[in-house]
Design a protein around this ligand. Structure first.
Ligand code: EPU
Length: 422
């Protein structure tokens, strides 16, 4: 297993390009199941999760090829094994989003129930509720979700909100299935995340009829068939936010290329309150911090609120604030694996139920720490850039799931991160 050896503190200056969004690319890849033929996706990042998704689609019968120019070609002419195998789905929870498109295309799907993970239980009741509303018969057998709709799906009005608000991949699943259902579907309390809008735009390019994109009410007029397409995935707002925090925590000056700050207003607003300057420029932005880090209160919420996927990174930043902050996690109440690890680096964090009280400290001190999930690991890398001494981050495969060669991309800006074998 690889580890990162990080020397700090450093000041990051220079420019970095943000990659295509993992969480848009994954459901868009699943959407290709709906349109038999060859599609081309651009700006799909080279990540562990994307490789697992390739493996999953290949196991269904698709043929996938990464071209020399980086484009991903998905040939879904044949989908003859509508089974999402446990051995693949357990490695990547987004595997669940083949359920809707497989059901719509094949009239049947068997997908392994995804297990819990380091960020919490992660149930799929809303995915099932939505697909049942479209007429699917669903039961569980040997840890698999068996969904059947031999006579096809039928449009319906569906309320998809749950106790924690909307569901991102649940919306993706029901939306994909509804594109080929007979008649009109209305998804109320749909997720409004830009990644869902990106997928919906891609589906429309394939011939779907989706209205209300970006709003909590999606209206879908079912069509008989969808056609293959060529589509470019949006920039990754979570990677962009992570880089912004890298600039902020190191008192650096970073230019982010390929970044849509309109998709990140909650994050940009918070950073500005913290004392970070963010100036939009053509296709990106410049991030700079000169003064002290001011404390802030953060509550994670569905889009357009502050994203849970940046909670850990901001906690690393607020650890060094000039005062006390409160971070409340409303999406995944157990997503606090980074708290104990940041405290190992001399942060002063105290968990109280769904909240963490962050008492700002003057400096972080390097330590040996353990990556536990993707975003928690990113927080440890950020802390390592600012901490005094050599931080060792173990199990960096978690970071590789969502950030492409992060060490190589931040090194030209002054980061001292070396990947080593354990
Ligand atoms: N929920 C239910 N029932 C369901 C589905 C979800 O109660 O059937 C609950 C969840 O337990 C959670 C809340 O609803 O409390 C929101 O979960 P959601 O379904 O929106 O999460 P997801 O679709 O499984 C995606 C991202 C996550 C991101 C969340 C929230 C992908 C591949 N994953 O997960 O990204 O944290 O939305 O924005 O898109 C990451 O990239 O590190 C990551 C974990």
């Amino acid at each position: 297993m690889d580890i990162f050896r990080i020397e700090g503190p450093v000041r990051l200056t220079g420019s970095v390009r943000v990659n295509g969004a993992k969480n848009a690319a994954l459901p868009i890849m699943a959407a290709m199941i709906l349109a038999p033929g060859k599609s081309t996706l651009k700006a799909v990042p080279h990540l562990l999760d994307i490789s697992v998704c390739n493996e999953l689609l290949t196991s269904l019968g698709c043929k996938i090829q990464r071209q020399d120019n980086g484009n991903l070609c998905i040939d879904s002419t044949v989908v003859d094994n509508p089974v999402g195998d446990y051995e693949i789905v357990r490695r990547m929870r987004a595997g669940i989003c083949i359920l809707g498109p497989l059901l719509a295309r094949c009239g049947r799907a068997e997908v392994s129930m995804p297990g819990g993970c380091a960020i919490g239980d992660r149930p799929v009741n809303l995915h099932i509720k939505g697909l049942e509303a479209l007429g699917a018969k669903i039961h569980l057998k040997n840890g698999y979700i068996i969904a059947e709709a031999p006579k096809g799906l039928k449009g319906k009005e569906i309320f998809l909100g749950g106790s924690f608000g909307s569901t991102v991949l649940g919306t993706a699943n029901v939306l994909m299935a509804a594109t080929l259902a007979k008649g009109r579907t209305v998804i109320e309390s749909a997720a409004c995340e830009p990644e869902i809008s990106d997928m919906a735009n891609c589906l429309n390019r394939m011939g779907a009829k989706i209205a209300g994109i970006g709003s909590p009410r999606l209206t879908i007029e079912g069509v008989k068939t969808l056609k293959p397409t060529e589509y470019q995935v949006i920039p990754d707002r979570i990677e962009a936010g992570t880089f912004m925090v890298a600039g902020a925590i190191t008192a650096g000056e970073m230019k982010l290329e390929n970044c849509r700050i309109n998709d990140m207003m909650a994050v940009v607003d918070k950073l500005r309150n913290i004392g970070v300057t963010i100036d939009a420029m053509n296709g990106g932005c410049v991030v700079c911090r000169r003064g002290k880090i001011k404390p802030a209160d953060i509550t994670t919420q569905p889009f357009p609120g502050f994203p849970t996927d940046l909670q850990a990174q901001f906690m690393a930043l607020l650890s060094l604030a000039d005062g006390n902050s409160v971070v409340i996690e409303k999406i995944f109440p157990d997503r606090f694996m980074h708290v104990a690890e940041l405290n190992r680096m001399a942060a002063n964090l105290r968990k109280e139920g769904q909240a963490v009280i962050v008492a700002g400290v003057k400096k972080l001190i390097a330590a040996q720490v353990m990556a536990s999930d993707l975003r928690a690991s990113a927080a440890l890398v950020l802390a390592g850039l600012a901490a005094e001494g050599t931080t060792i981050v173990n199990r960096v495969y978690h970071i590789d799931r969502g950030y492409e060669r992060i060490e190589e991309r931040l090194s030209p800006l002054g980061a001292k991160i070396i990947r080593e074998k354990e």
